[in-house]
Design a protein around this ligand. Structure first.
Ligand SMILES: [Mn+2]
Length: 347
């Protein structure tokens, strides 16, 4: 397959760059990892998204935004489940579906993200369901402890093992990341696999509109900044962006975890837990543009695109929306850009 050939080429390139880099190179390089993980929820199909985005010319689309960006596609993540994790699942987390798979996949992703950041200036993780947000952000935190997280989503994904109604672990990844909730996962060995965690004041949610009662309680109790759709309606996206950036430490790098269901189901219908009344595509683009313009975004996730849900047209619409978000995230300017052209034309 073409992307595997490209992968082999790019891995060679990344190594070369890594070994010859003087350490202060201004080269921008973006690592891409696909994580075809679907066991955080119950619908099949979300595991097809990484390869579908590649077929829809993901790298070419990003390259067209910035021709100086070096893009290194690391292919799709592989993992294997060991007996120790199955034992943990049986003993402590039996009501969570696929806990052992979740942990095995995220452990592998934590290592992969650290490796990619040693070799590249930025990375993009493509899901899969949002359960992989744990490994993607946790890996980022192990490489860059001073990190801020913007979680753009219809859902808060902050359930605990004892508050989740469904047992679907894609509704829990944030609780694995937060310093203040570590104690609730005492059997998960988090201090061993991801000792650096996120302080609650460096997390901002944008786009919420379907939050469980226990999630709302937890967020309120520990004081998490969340701009749900009603806040956006009251003050508008520009103000939400301003408040988000004011809240985050300006010295920190930023991780943007973008769940496609943050967008309204009209522009992103092919997703497992679509909710009406979400962000318009323009609002989504405005938000990621503003984050990008800080020049501090170092890690991005795009998750929950499910090509098996909806019609062919629905799938195309959803993938197109995802690509628009990624384009803006990695440099596309709606007002035009001239940094790459020969400007001698006007004499
Ligand atoms: Mn989510």
């Amino acid at each position: 397959m073409w992307w595997m050939r490209k992968l082999a080429k790019n891995v060679g390139l990344a190594r070369l760059k890594h070994t010859t880099s003087s350490g202060n190179s201004t080269d921008q390089s973006l690592a891409i990892i696909g994580v075809p993980f679907a066991k955080g929820q119950s619908k099949q199909g979300v595991e097809l998204a990484p390869d579908l985005l590649r077929q829809r010319n993901l790298t070419q689309v990003l390259q067209s935004v910035d021709d100086r960006l070096v893009i290194n596609d690391y292919g799709n993540l592989k993992y294997s489940v060991d007996e120790r994790l199955l034992k943990q699942q049986r003993e402590h987390y039996s009501h969570i579906r696929n806990y052992a798979d979740f942990m095995a996949c995220n452990r592998a992703l934590i290592g992969q993200v650290q490796k990619m950041l040693e070799q590249n200036s930025q990375f993009l993780t493509i899901g899969g369901d949002h359960a992989i947000g744990f490994g993607s952000v946790a890996g980022h935190l192990q490489h860059t402890p001073n990190l801020s997280l913007v979680w753009i989503d219809a859902h808060a994904d902050i359930n605990l093992h004892n508050t989740s109604q469904s047992g679907n672990i894609h509704g829990m990844p944030v609780s694995f990341l937060l310093e203040q909730l570590r104690g609730t996962w005492q059997h998960a060995g988090l201090d061993e696999i991801a000792p650096n965690c996120l302080p609650k004041d460096q997390l901002v949610y944008i786009g919420l509109r379907d939050v469980d009662p226990y999630e709302a309680f937890i967020m309120n109790k520990i004081g998490i900044r969340a701009y749900a759709m009603d806040s956006i309606d009251r003050v508008g996206v520009p103000k939400i962006i301003e408040m988000t950036l004011d809240a985050l430490n300006p010295q920190n790098k930023i991780h943007v975890s973008f769940d496609i269901d943050a967008l309204d189901s009209h522009v992103a219908p092919s997703t497992g837990t679509a909710v009406r009344g979400g962000l318009t595509l323009r609002e989504g683009i405005s938000i990621v543009e503003a984050l990008r313009d800080t020049k501090r975004v170092q890690g991005v996730d795009l998750v929950e695109i499910n090509p098996k849900l909806g019609s062919e047209h629905d799938v195309r619409t959803t993938v197109d929306s995802g690509l628009e978000i990624l384009k803006s995230m990695f440099g596309y300017r709606r007002s035009g850009a001239w940094s790459n052209i020969d400007t001698g034309i006007l004499g």
